[in-house]
Design a binder for this molecule. Structure first.
Ligand code: SAM
Length: 283
């Protein structure tokens, strides 16, 4: 499949985001559950395998990157560190791609000036496929993060060898198509903790609809913080039930709390979490 399997039925367009970078925006109504993006990787990188190959190369064994004709002359020298080793391997994989694909790759965002350029683009945009394998997707790379996402997190489909994102709710034309880069551990953290996590892990200041001061009134922000706090408290109480065994009464209470958490999650715009909580409450 070519990169972006949805190219023939565009639910979205890539265009300028008010924050100055690019993003994906719905071009027509997208009903909840729609497959919005089905994207195949340009290439993948197995991080543990790369680290192992680098160590082997350092120890004098084979396994170093294959030199690419016409690329950096210093490639004859062993890579001085793992970053450089990865840089060379990414460039090697790029050399096997078409000119258009290479141009699209080099046009992608790079928030990692501390890394060599190709590896910086990979670190900014790559998404886990399965295990510890990072996939470089040209179309998915244009989708921004939101703490109130409209799409599911990317799910790797081993049969189609592609990653898929579905609409979490009905999306209006013009709305941004986003997914949440943060993993579930942080889903109930307050706004500042969440933003700090984004800085640490992803190296940017989150300006999504839920985080940017300009998007929310102080009253909305306070209501959101209150919901997140209640969600954290409920989660702790439920953890107490699970570890304590429990009577039928406890089980009833646990399900009631799960239902309340699902409702709060929906109000907070955490649709994927709400679905999981509803399922747990019904089980
Ligand atoms: C995978 S790219 C997404 C597409 C990117 N905006 C572009 O113009 O190509 C990830 C980068 O987009 C920006 N970004 C994504 N989500 C963001 C958000 N919620 N707030 C601020 N910047 C965001 C950051 O610079 C991040 O490193």
């Amino acid at each position: 499949m070519a990169s972006n399997g949805t190219a023939g039925s565009p639910f979205f367009e890539i265009r300028a985001h008010p924050a100055g970078f690019l993003g994906a925006f719905a071009t027509r109504p997208i009903p909840a559950g729609t497959l919005v993006l089905d994207d195949s990787p340009l290439f993948t990188l197995d991080a543990p395998l790369q680290a192992y190959l680098f160590q082997r190369a350092q120890a004098g064994g084979s396994g170093g990157p294959t030199p690419v004709e016409g690329e950096d002359e210093e490639d004859d020298e062993p890579a001085k560190d793992l970053d450089e080793f990865l840089e060379r391997n990414i460039k090697t994989m790029l050399s096997w791609k078409t000119e258009d694909q290479r141009r699209e790759f080099w046009d992608l965002a790079n928030t990692r000036p501390d890394l060599p350029p190709a590896y910086g683009i990979f670190a900014t945009n790559a998404v886990q496929t399965h295990g510890e394998i990072g996939g470089m997707f040209l179309m998915l790379s244009r989708f921004n993060s939101s703490c109130r996402p409209t799409l599911t997190r990317p799910a790797w489909d081993p049969t189609s060898h592609s990653t898929k994102l579905y609409a979490l709710r009905d999306i209006e034309p013009g709305e941004e198509c986003t997914w949440t880069y943060l993993n579930v551990t942080f889903e109930f953290e307050g706004v500042e903790a969440r933003k700090e996590e984004m800085r640490q892990v992803f190296h940017f200041e989150c300006c999504c609809v839920a985080c940017d001061e300009a998007n929310v009134t102080p009253a909305e922000r306070a209501a959101s913080e209150k919901r997140l706090l209640r969600l954290r408290r409920y989660k702790e109480r439920i953890a107490g039930f699970s570890s304590g065994g429990g009577t039928d009464d406890d089980e009833g209470q646990r399900k009631r709390l799960l239902g309340e958490m699902a409702q709060l999650s929906r109000e907070e715009g955490l649709w994927e979490t709400a679905q999981r909580l509803d399922q747990a409450a019904a089980a």
